[in-house]
Design a protein around this ligand. Structure first.
Ligand code: ADP
Ligand code: ADP
Length: 230
């Protein structure tokens, strides 16, 4: 059973046709790379799969729920509980230490402070940055900050991790360490990963790759994109 099932997604920004009919499935524990030139619709696709953008037509199902059938509050709640996000950089709250950044989603989910701190520490350890819990984001290297951001995204054990150019601001060594950590842990947890990147070395960590051009999937590498059974 796919975890994400998207069908015929169409989304326009005024005259700009950002998505022109995209269908794809993403399975639990699978890392899918979305590649393609700038402006081709990758970020729009990611935001649509995450329910941040609502398509003009087409459907996104996450698990058993069809996003378009939920009201906004339910959709936001689903996103908070079941999706993690990692961006290019600058996503950590600058006035909080690394550990406090990682405990935020747990506290928002109602986990008690003591347990949130224990789980946050364990997650930082799992990403190899356990020694930096007290540091502020500005005191971390780009790669360390990115691993803290991944810890924050995975600490709630989301079913899906959305990553938009997660290595875009990193040197190649940090990019490699970051991708190894991200993909190893996501696979261990059974988390599906949708990874937008224009870097082929980053995409090489994925199980499957699609190329988006002008709002359409122009090529797919790996197993079939869409399960033929309805
Ligand atoms: P990519 O991530 O591949 O660079 P995007 O999904 O960001 O591409 O953008 C796809 C197209 O939609 C581009 O032409 C972009 O300029 C346009 N676009 C994206 N977001 C908006 C927006 N909020 N308003 C208007 N146009 C947008
Ligand atoms: P990306 O790295 O995804 O290509 P962009 O720099 O194109 O990012 O876009 C950054 C933000 O600006 C995104 O949130 C996108 O939705 C928005 N955006 C992109 N193009 C436009 C546009 N033509 N008009 C308004 N917003 C846009």
């Amino acid at each position: 059973q796919p975890l994400i099932r998207a069908r015929d997604l169409v989304l326009n920004f005024g005259q700009t046709q950002a998505l022109r009919g995209i269908s794809l499935d993403v399975y639990p524990g699978e890392v899918l790379a979305v590649m393609g030139p700038s402006g081709s619709g990758k970020s729009t696709l990611l935001h649509t799969l995450a329910g941040v953008l609502v398509p003009d037509s087409g459907t996104v199902r996450i698990g058993t729920r069809v996003l378009g059938e939920l009201d906004q509050a339910t959709r936001d709640d689903l996103r908070l509980r079941e999706c993690g996000f990692v961006f290019q950089s600058g996503q950590l709250l600058p006035d909080l230490g690394a550990l406090d950044n990682v405990t935020i989603p747990l506290l928002l989910a109602g986990v008690r402070r003591r347990e949130a701190i224990d789980r946050g520490r364990a997650e930082l350890d799992r990403l190899g940055v356990g020694q930096y819990g007290a540091r502020y984001p500005a005191e971390l290297s780009g790669g360390q900050a990115q691993r803290v951001a991944i810890a924050r995204a995975l600490v709630t054990r989301p079913r899906v991790l959305f990553a938009d150019e997660p290595t875009g601001a990193l040197d190649s060594l940090s990019a490699e360490t970051t991708m190894v950590a991200l993909t190893d842990l996501a696979r261990a947890d059974g988390t599906a990963v949708v990874l937008v990147t224009h870097d082929a070395r980053t995409a090489a960590y994925a199980d499957r790759e699609i190329i988006v051009r002008d709002g359409r999937i122009s090529a797919g590498i790996g197993v079939p994109l869409v399960d033929e059974n309805p």
